[in-house]
Design a protein around this ligand. Structure first.
Ligand code: CA
Ligand code: CA
Length: 311
């Protein structure tokens, strides 16, 4: 088997922009490995030095960008997450400025957790303390294409993806992202070994790792029907929207899903609204990034009954 194209963690940036030089090129349908640093730029390696060991660490470094040949503006990039492998330790740190509880702290404190269990990701856990072991559920915090217009820093989620911190972006999921510039320019980073909905403390269990994805270009009407960023995970489709408030993000995610259900099931506003109230679930991804992120989930087998197939 030929070596899989790998983008090493030397190729990182704190901004997603159409002006970035590609770190690698691939063809439609190729499998690619992204080696990622943790959100502290791999600088916090000791609980004794919570500020870290680098003078100018990149906040939330994202590995990439990957140029996917043939991807053109108006297409959608399909990213199948085939595998996530984690470093053998993760780190969390308090903040004095961000997060729901930041006023509890006047200085930063770091905690390092060795990762226990098998390296293939199955059955991994951390020992929280003498009472509690916690199973892991690895996810990708930052994943996006180059945005429209100006670059967007990797601390911010928006319509291109970015720092969505949606814990459903996990092994086995398929993420659909907009193509805003030729080649799409896909980047990712900010892996979490585990994170709850909301990410209220400001971080997940931050960790470096290797993500294996297959990237494909969706074109034409199939692409136009997808309300990106759009996710398929464990039998459910999800719209993911970010806005200044949870109210606005929730409304946007619900509207995006309602429009998708109308097209996929051939429904009008009334019946799509009925289905949304009966079957969709709204959940908070995160409340701590510069914009807040909400997802709306809908059972995919319902759409299959109306003949819809995901591209
Ligand atoms: Ca994040
Ligand atoms: Ca993070």
């Amino acid at each position: 088997m030929a070596d899989i194209l790998t983008i090493t963690s030397e190729h990182v940036s704190g901004i997603l922009t159409k002006n970035a030089a590609p770190a690698a090129f691939c063809r439609n349908g190729d499998t690619v490995v992204f080696e990622t640093r943790d959100c502290y730029d791999d600088a916090v390696v000791s609980e004794e030095r919570p500020l870290g060991d680098k003078t100018n660490p990149i906040e939330n470094p994202a590995t990439g960008p990957l140029y996917v040949e043939g991807a053109q503006p108006g297409d959608v990039l399909k990213v199948e997450i085939l595998d996530i492998r984690l470093r053998d330790w993760g780190v969390m740190r308090s903040s004095t400025m961000c997060g729901v509880f930041h006023e509890d702290f006047t200085e930063r404190t770091a905690r390092i957790f060795p990762i226990c269990g098998e390296a293939d990701g199955s059955g991994q856990y951390i020992v929280f303390d003498g009472c509690l072991n916690i199973p892991l559920d690895p996810m990708i915090g930052v994943i996006g294409t180059a945005p429209v217009g100006e670059g967007v820093t990797t601390d911010t989620p928006h319509s291109h993806g970015g720092n969505m911190d949606c814990h459903k972006i996990m092994k086995g999921s398929t993420l659909y992202l907009p193509v805003n510039t030729p080649g799409a320019l896909l980047s990712m980073g900010d892996l979490h070994a585990l994170m709850g909905d909301g990410e209220v403390f400001i971080c997940g269990l931050e960790i470096a790792g290797r993500v294996t994805v297959r990237v494909s270009v969706v074109r034409g009407a199939k692409a136009a029907a997808l309300p990106t960023p759009f996710l398929f995970c464990r039998g459910r489709v999800m719209t993911i929207q970010s806005a200044a408030t949870l109210d606005a993000a929730g409304d946007a995610a619900a509207r995006a899903m309602k429009e998708f259900v109308k097209k996929a099931a051939g429904k009008d506003n009334f019946e799509a609204g009925l289905l949304m109230s009966l079957l969709s679930d709204m959940a908070v991804c995160q409340v701590v990034d510069p914009l807040k992120t909400v997802r709306v989930e809908f059972p995919f087998d319902v759409l299959e009954k109306y003949g819809y197939r995901l591209p």
